[in-house]
Structures are given as C-alpha cells and as structure tokens.
Design a protein around this ligand. Structure first.
Ligand code: BGC
Length: 685
C-alpha cells in the first residue's frame, strides 16, 4: 500500500471527531494532577500532538496510549522548541549566523535534531526565519539578523539539518519554520505588536526566507501572534491561503503559535471561540497549538455539521498532518530506545561541534594589538566570568548550567581582585542576561546595563588594559565600551563550550572570523536600522543640511556596519572582475576578486557580494547582499575568490507582485563588510 492509499483508507475510517483530534495540539499539562482528563481525551482520539514533552519514557508512554488504546491507533506528533540545541547547547541562532556559514548551522541543527529524535521528539519548532531590522525586538536573537538573503540561506540550511535526507530514519524531526509572517517588523520593536507594511515589502524582504524554507522541504509552518495589515496572522486567509498555499505552494501543515488561534478573539477579530475556529479553519490554519483554550477541538465538529466549515477543508488539514506522521515512519515505529536516548546526548562529538560553532560565532569588533594575549598577567571580571547558566541563552532546550564551560572554567586566570592589583590586563565578561532578550523581552534602549559600564570604567580608571567580551542577544550601542577597551569581542550566548571558545580566540588558537549580521547603532533612537535601506530623495549623510539623518547623533555609517568583523590579520581586496559585463537576464555570471592576506596570521575571510540596481521602476535599496564566501588564506598568500551571481536574483517584486528583473546598470560590490567595498558595473540586457 502506498502512502496515499494508506491515508485514504485511514481517513475513511475516521469520524469527524477523530479528524478534529488530529488538529489539536496540547501542552504538557497532561502530566499534571489537575488535568487527568487529558488521558481520556487522548484515548478517545481527541489529541493529535503534544508539545514540550521531552523525556523518552514519557514520549514512549504517550505513543503507546495513542497507538494501542485509541480506536484507530494513530501515533502522535511530539513537538519541542529545539532552537539552538536539545541537550548540547550551541550558539544562539543570531550569533551562529555571525559565522556566515550555513553549512555549520546545518550541522548543528542536525546534531540537535538527532538528540531530540532519540528522545522521541519528532517535530521541532525551528528554524525561526524572521528578518529583524529592529534591535529593540527581543526575538531578534532567534533569527539570522537583518538581511533577507542571509536569513534565506540559514533557513535552507537549518531545515535541511533538522529534517535530514530521510525523515523516517529515527534520527531526524520535521521542521516547523516560524513565524509566518513579518513578525520582526512589529511597530516600535515591541513583541506581539501590529505589523503594517506594503505587500511589496512583504514579498521583497520578509517572504524570501520562508520561500527558501519551503523549497528546502519544511514540513510545517507556524503562524505568528501579531495582526498583519489588520488581520491576525493566524486567521488571515490572505496570508495562509492566498500567499502560503497559492503563491508559495506550501504543501505541509500550518500550526498556530501557542494560543494565537484563540487570541484571534482577543484581537477583536471574532465574536467567540466558535467564530474563531471558523475564521482560522477557513483561513487555512491546520493545527491549533492550544494554550488555555481548545477552540478547534471544542467547535470544529459542530461547525462542520452546520456547514460553516467544509468537510473538504477539514480533510485537507487532517491529510497534511497524517502525511507528516507517515513520512516520519511513526505508523511503523513510534517508539524510541531508552538506552540509545541516554547515550545520544551531549557526546564528545557534539561538544566538539559546539566548540567549533562557538568559535565561529564570535566577532572581534576592536583590537589595538593586545589580542591575542601572550604571557600577560591577566585576570577575569564581570558577571558572566563564572556564570555557567548564562552561557545557555534563550530557549534552553534541556541544557543545564553544569553542562556548560564558563570562562573561569576554561582560563587559568584568577578573578580580578577589588582594585585590580593581581593583574595587568582584565578580561571582562559583560552584557545582556538571559532575561533581557527572547520572547516578550523587547527593550526600549539597546545599551549595556549600567553596572557593566561602571565596571569597565573602573577597570580603565585603575589603569589596566581591558579586553571586553560582550554577550548579548541584540546589537548594542558600544561607543563608550569601545573607547574604554583595548579590544572588544562580541557574541550571543555560545552554549556548552562558550568558555573554551573564548579562550581559543583570546590566545590566538583560533583567529576570529565572525562578521555581524545586524547594523550596530551609534546611539539609541536609530531603530529600525539596516544597511539595505532605499535610496532617498535626500542624501544619506550626516554632513548635509537637508539629509535623512538625526541632528543629535551620527548615523552613517552605523557604528559597526552590517558584515563587519576584524581578524588578527588583514585582508586587501583588488582586481574585481565580472565574467560578463553585458549579461542576459537568465544568465549566471561569476564575480571574482583578489584577496591578499597582508598580516601575520593565517585566517578566514568572509567575502561579501552586494549589488545595486541603479535605475528601476520601484525605488530600490542602496545595496543588497547577493552572495558571500568564506575563504581561508595563509599569511602572505593571495587568492582569487569567485562568487556566482544569478542575474535572476537581481530582480524584485513590483506593485502587482510580479517578480521582475529590469535591464540596465547594476553596480557590483565586493568587500570585507557592507561599507568597505570595491565596485564595478554590469549592464543587464
Ligand atoms: C513562541 C514560539 C514557540 C511556542 C512553543 C511561543 O510562545 O512564540 O516560537 O515555538 O511558544 O513553545
């Protein structure tokens, strides 16, 4: 029997109530004393999936009840937020994107998916592919930063890692890409706030990472909490059917965010729970992730009976869910070995990967030559120096403080004494605590906490050399920090091997190679801030009188621009060439540039390729990332780096939402960051 026959057969046997059950995702309260009734509902076939149950004994127990005690024996989807690791914690996604190495993200996602799969999880609520141009938004930490293309590259890689080549191999989970859509554009950077934007911006900036995830095969997509142009995303037919199904051709199932279905009513978009269920179902929401309310399981049956929801819509949603269960191999074997699960967690191999990922996720922002350290008499300071728990960051999975290497565990240095008398150099670990970024953790000022700044000022006052290591989930205003410090390193929470990774970099065992994926502002009040802003009619300049700028703060370029990051060596760019300066629209050309390592250390360089559409029928960005390559170049060596450029990728969605590439001049820019580039022009036919 093939998949279609199997599912057709099964669906023929299902009652409407059992079908509705497949669309009901419940939390882990089934294990609470107060919710014993959950087991009866499960036995009646009223629950198709759970979230947040991670213990292999329990995942097996639930599957056993679903398979052996329900009428039709349909196994469960078991979902969990494996955002940057399950047991082995890797760098937070934003920081991992500093590596500009999607292949690394594929590997960490795969390792995390494997740990989760061994514990019986089969659905992972990741990747988050929301473009985030506003540092105030707390969830910026979960994505790959401000750029559309980079987010799309990481989206593909993470989906491929989570799902692997064969979903049924017992070592991979289905991915649930989130949050559809434009969640990062919340007005004022406040989490959950409304989003109001043109469809052109939606399609040019926010949709492409979802499109990439769909092309990579993501099996599900989570809707977002906010209202988009006046419709809650979870109840928007425009978004869930017209865009997601019809335009993007998504075939998997949609899942609400936690409670975002019942919140359609809180938005004032429906009258009651029944109305909510009707709106969501007819909009194209397949599964409700329940939080407090069960709008689908309590109302869909009667809605179908009354003809307010068609049985075809219900069937389509159920089929999409069953297909994923089938492809995961759950009908053949929903159980996981308890013994294997234990041995699959936090192994030497995953620790090595965590260390590699952490080293590549650190950006060197300033260095007056103090780094790498040699035999200096150094000491550690700052609230993170000994703090293992803070190495985990938001979405901890099953990570525990004692699984993590804090800086003090890795370095042989003492903690600095009160007056810094036991050292010549202080390495200070400061930044945002886990309470300061993530969901519902927007901040109006993206600054370092005052206590941290005070510490750095005191170290400087004591006449000591200062290496500042900042851990943060968002870009920060770092002007004063940079002035106080001899060197500045920046990263997100780095996970299990954080301390070792900092040590590798500070002693030069690893030459820093990370580059920022968000623009860092000169001062607060400059949000949203992003490099690929449109050409304005007035100059982008701090000096011009009539310019788009602020009177009270410098703005151009940002204090640390998108793509910025130093190395212990220096790279010199020359000889930018394109394989064809007059290409046709369907051509692929090659951009090449010579890069010479003119410093004393071997190192990796992340070569970035930007383009500008000089004249177009819609105002276009001043530059847009279209490609990049990470290359290792030995000290004294010169390499020619080639980056392919698809002329089709130079297009955009016009007002009618047609994707068009217009003939004419395009400037091609290659460089070490978004500000320092060398240029050439091509003329597309
Ligand atoms: C978040 C999602 C997450 C879900 C389940 C929600 O609050 O917005 O990103 O997957 O909870 O934990």
């Amino acid at each position: 029997m093939n998949k279609k026959e199997f599912i057709d057969n099964l669906m023929k046997k299902m009652t409407v109530a059992e079908k509705v059950g497949q669309l009901n995702q419940c939390g882990n309260s089934i294990y609470d004393e107060s919710y014993k009734i959950g087991w009866d509902i499960l036995r009646q076939g009223g629950i198709g999936s759970f979230l947040g149950i991670t213990d292999v004994e329990k995942t097996n127990e639930l599957q056993k009840v679903a398979v052996t005690e329900t009428r039709l024996g349909i196994p469960l989807l078991l979902g969990f937020d494996v955002i940057h690791g399950f047991k082995t914690i890797f760098p937070t996604p934003w920081s991992e994107a500093f590596s500009w190495e999607p292949e690394l993200a594929r590997r960490t996602s795969e390792a995390a998916s494997k740990e989760a799969a061994y514990s019986g999880i089969n659905l992972i609520f990741a990747p988050m592919v929301d473009v985030s141009r506003d540092s105030r938004w707390g969830r910026l930490v979960e994505g790959a930063g401000e750029d559309t293309y980079l987010n799309a590259e990481f989206a593909k890689a993470r989906v491929s890692g989570i799902q692997g080549k064969d979903l049924s191999d017992g070592e991979h989970c289905a991915a649930c890409t989130k949050h559809f859509v434009a969640y990062g554009a919340a007005i004022g950077g406040r989490d959950y706030n409304s989003v109001d934007m043109s469809e052109q911006t939606l399609f040019n900036v926010y949709i492409p990472p979802f499109k990439a995830a769909i092309e990579a095969g993501t099996r599900s997509i989570m809707t977002a909490f906010h209202d988009f142009n006046g419709e809650p995303c979870t109840g928007s037919k425009y978004l869930l059917t017209d865009v997601l199904r019809n335009k993007l051709d998504f075939k998997g199932f949609t899942l609400s965010d936690s409670g975002s279905c019942s919140q359609i009513m809180t938005h004032g978009f429906s009258e009651n729970d029944k109305d909510t269920a009707k709106i969501a179902m007819n909009a194209g929401l397949d599964v409700e992730m329940c939080y407090g309310k069960f709008t689908y399981s309590e109302n869909l049956e009667s809605l179908v009976e009354e003809g307010l929801v068609s049985i075809e819509s219900l069937d389509n949603s159920v089929r999409r869910v069953l297909e994923v269960k089938y492809d995961l191999g759950l009908f053949d074997n929903p159980y996981r070995s308890t013994e294997a699960a234990k041995n699959a967690l936090l192994t030497e191999k995953t620790r090595n990967l965590a260390r590699e990922a952490a080293r590549k996720s650190i950006v060197l922002l300033k260095n007056d030559g103090i780094l790498p350290l040699n035999n200096e008499k150094a000491a550690l300071a700052g609230k993170f120096a000994e703090n293992r728990g803070e190495m985990i960051g938001c979405w901890p999975g099953l990570g525990e403080a004692n699984d993590c290497v804090a800086p003090a565990d890795a370095f042989d240095f003492p903690i600095a004494d009160k007056n810094y008398e036991n050292c010549d150099v202080v390495i200070a670990f400061v930044g945002e605590t886990v309470d300061m970024n993530g969901e519902a953790k927007s901040r109006s000022k993206e600054v370092l906490p005052e206590d941290d700044l005070e510490l750095l000022r005191n170290i400087k006052k004591a006449g000591k050399k200062l290496v500042t290591v900042i851990i943060s989930g968002r870009p920060l205003v770092l002007k004063e920090v940079s002035k106080l410090s001899n060197a500045v390193l920046f990263s997100g929470a780095l996970g299990a091997e954080a301390g070792n990774a900092y040590k590798d970099i500070i002693f030069g065992k690893y030459n820093p190679s990370g580059k920022l994926v968000s623009s860092f502002p000169e001062s607060v009040g400059q949000q949203p801030l992003y490099y690929n802003l449109n050409h304005t009619g007035k100059a982008l300049s701090d000096e011009e009188r009539w310019a788009t700028k602020y009177l009270d703060s410098k703005m151009y370029p940002p204090y640390y621009p998108f793509g910025f990051g130093l190395s212990y060596t220096q790279f010199e760019y020359s000889n930018l060439k394109v394989s064809n300066t007059n290409p046709k629209q369907n051509e692929r050309i090659t951009v090449s540039v010579d890069i010479e390592n003119i410093g004393k250390y071997d190192g990796d360089e992340i070569v970035q390729l930007y383009t500008r559409d000089v004249v177009a029928s819609s105002v276009r960005p001043v530059k847009e990332l279209k490609g990049f390559k990470k290359v290792f170049i030995k000290s004294g060596e010169k390499k020619t780096v080639e980056i392919p450029l698809d002329i089709q990728s130079l297009g955009f969605y016009d007002r009618q939402l047609n994707y068009i590439v217009e003939p004419g001049e395009f400037v091609i820019m290659a460089g070490t960051n978004s500000e320092d580039c060398i240029k050439e022009s091509i003329f597309v036919k």
